[in-house]
Design a protein around this ligand. Structure first.
Ligand SMILES: O=P(O)(O)O[C@H]1O[C@H](CO)[C@@H](O)[C@H]1O
Ligand SMILES: O=c1cc[nH]c(=O)[nH]1
Length: 291
């Protein structure tokens, strides 16, 4: 195997990975990702013990333990361009020998659990509820730059999307899925859906403030889209990238969406911080089943 060069994988002077600023021992086998750096402390305040706090740019990391289980919570910032960095650098921390710059013989699989906020696009999904992304459409371009092997269902989803929105959506999205075993372990009793990870918060999620939307009817067409009985349930900005990168690198990923807005009923949560806090507690409780 070729040595990975100094410009393909950049390390800081202390040997830490370039953006996350972390060393291999800093990361637990289960990593909770959140978008907002301020949410990292909102998760780690429930840790019994915090062993590490590091920060660089939008990437804040706390590692500690809850009930004897070691956990890392890490902020990704907004968008899948950051997810490209987070997933590659997390993977390098566990699967590349940073001194020899060679991939390790035994490849390790991380459990990556996103706790993010999201807007629902079906009227019957209540504001303040928690929803798990079973699959996700990436409306950005990240996974088009990687070799991605699609399952039959993922390919069908792309085909159906192209057929249902001809000339309405400007390009073909990519699709990626949650890890089935994590869905089985962590999602019991929660609604599941198909998430759209959008490359922006405003027009890419159908919001018109002053700048005009290029395509009338795009959000309505997305809302109507179905694969059998499944619909697109919600919009956010990272899940498809996390699922796509986890799948090609051999990690398990699952994304929990705290529904703060319903775009159809035009409601926004009256108590977002309390709802996010309750969701964090619920997800931490669910994580106790992981080894
Ligand atoms: O609450 P987080 O995790 O940041 O997630 C959602 O909120 C941000 C937009 O406000 C985007 O990152 C979107 O995915
Ligand atoms: O509507 C929403 C709410 C949270 N995050 C998003 O990306 N969209």
């Amino acid at each position: 195997m070729n040595r990975i060069s100094e410009t393909d994988l950049i390390l800081n002077a202390d040997g830490s990975v370039y953006h996350l600023n972390l060393l291999p021992g800093d990361v637990a086998g289960t990593v909770i990702t959140v978008g907002d750096p301020d949410r990292v402390g909102e998760v780690s305040k429930y840790f019994d013990h915090i062993e590490l706090k590091k920060s660089k740019r939008e990437f804040t990391t706390h590692t500690g333990t809850v009930g004897g289980k070691r956990l890392t919570v890490l902020s990704t910032g907004i968008g899948t361009d950051n997810i490209d960095i987070v997933m590659n650098e997390l993977d390098a921390l566990v699967n590349i020998d940073l001194s020899t710059r060679q991939p390790k013989k035994e490849i390790k699989s991380l459990d990556i659990v996103r706790i993010g906020t999201s807007g629902a696009i079906q009227a019957d999904i209540p504001v303040d509820s928690l929803l798990v992304s079973e699959m996700a459409f990436g409306m950005d371009t990240l996974m088009h730059y990687y070799q991605q092997r699609l399952s039959a269902v993922e390919q069908q989803l792309i085909n159906e999307f192209k057929a249902a929105l001809p000339g309405i959506h400007p390009f073909t999205p990519y699709v990626a899925s949650a890890d089935r075993s994590l869905i089985g372990l962590l999602a019991k009793g929660l609604p599941q859906g198909i998430t759209i990870s959008a490359p922006g918060f405003y027009a890419p999620q159908g919001r018109e403030v002053r700048a005009k939307l290029a395509t009338a009817g795009l959000m309505e067409a997305i809302q109507r889209f179905s694969l059998g009985t499944q619909h697109i349930t919600n919009l956010e900005m990272e899940t498809a990238g996390i699922y796509g990168m986890a799948s090609i690198l051999g990690h398990r990923a699952i994304s929990f969406n705290v529904i703060l807005a319903n775009r159809i009923t035009q409601q926004f949560s009256m108590q977002p911080q309390q709802i996010i806090d309750a969701s964090i507690r619920q997800v931490l409780e669910r994580l106790t089943v992981l080894k």
